[in-house]
Write a protein that binds this ligand. Structure first.
Ligand code: PXL
Length: 270
């Protein structure tokens, strides 16, 4: 199989393999693209929770990005866990040095079990300095609440929060509705001129560890292969839904999803 595109993944390691950079690599690979990585932190965890987080020094994160991506030029960049202000500043500096325009930011804040993966002062920098520079930001409801200061408990308040993020400088926003207590899951895509609600069935399962990482990586892959961002979101959501539906039931806590549930990218990479 011919490789369709190259994705740089900037994210933390999840030793249990369901989320973080492991989920990202599996997703990008199963959708037919090549991944290179910059590891931002090493977590010790299993499906029941996070035991520890060791940050990688911010200079080393920048070195990983620049040294590897100046050699193998990525068509798209996915950004996940960035735990501190300094790391975010180094990532912003690094992005400036690369030419890659297609960048998706998953503003990771808390792991499924409740462990914090970012510190408070970093959130402000992420919002002010990184968010305006990326193509798409993909917060879930708690993350969108932190980023906007709004309480989100309905489709209307999701839309309000998405609008606020656009007014704060985000180019495109996908707010994921999985945390709301609705029959179906609604994810809202918004930019200055377009708007779309993606409706998916809600599956009754605890095995949703890494869905956010997986979705943002899938979107980055489809986007890097020439799909529009809106279409890439639609295809990414389909991929994650299928991955949840066919989850392998591993572990005693929040189990991983099935990254091998690939769907075909029809449009050829240009
Ligand atoms: O799903 C968010 C996430 C991102 N990155 C790492 C994680 C997690 C959740 O556990 O461990 C490294």
């Amino acid at each position: 199989m011919k490789i369709k595109s190259k994705i740089l993944i900037i994210a933390g390691s999840d030793s249990s393999g369901g989320a973080g950079i492991q989920a990202d690599i599996k997703t990008v690979t199963s959708l037919g693209s090549y991944s290179l990585t910059a590891v931002t932190a090493v977590t010790v965890q299993n499906t029941k929770g996070v035991r520890s987080v060791i940050p990688i020094p911010s200079n080393e994160i920048k070195n990983q990005i620049i040294f590897s991506a100046k050699d193998i030029k990525p068509n798209g960049i996915k950004i996940g866990m960035l735990h501190s202000k300094l790391v975010i500043k180094k990532v912003v500096e690094s992005l400036k040095m690369l030419r890659t325009k297609k960048i998706v930011l998953d503003p990771v804040m808390v792991a499924k079990g409740g462990a914090k993966l970012i510190d408070n002062e970093a959130i402000k920098i992420l919002k002010n300095e990184l968010m305006p520079k990326v193509s798409l930001i993909t917060p879930n409801i708690p993350e969108a609440e932190v980023l906007t200061g709004l309480k989100i408990n309905s489709r209307e308040s999701m839309l309000q929060a998405a609008n606020k993020l656009i007014n704060l400088g985000a180019k495109n926003v996908l707010i994921k509705g999985g945390h709301l207590k609705s029959k179906n899951v609604e994810d809202i895509f918004l930019n200055k001129s377009d708007f779309k609600i993606f409706t998916s069935p809600r599956y009754k399962t605890n095995n949703t560890h890494g869905t956010g990482c997986t979705l943002s990586s899938a979107i980055t892959t489809f986007f890097s292969c020439g799909k529009s961002l809106k279409k890439a979101c639609e295809l990414g959501i389909k991929y994650v839904n299928l991955a949840i539906l066919t989850n392998p039931k591993y572990g005693k806590g929040h189990g991983p999803i099935n990254h091998l549930s690939s769907i075909e990218i029809k449009k050829k990479f240009r």
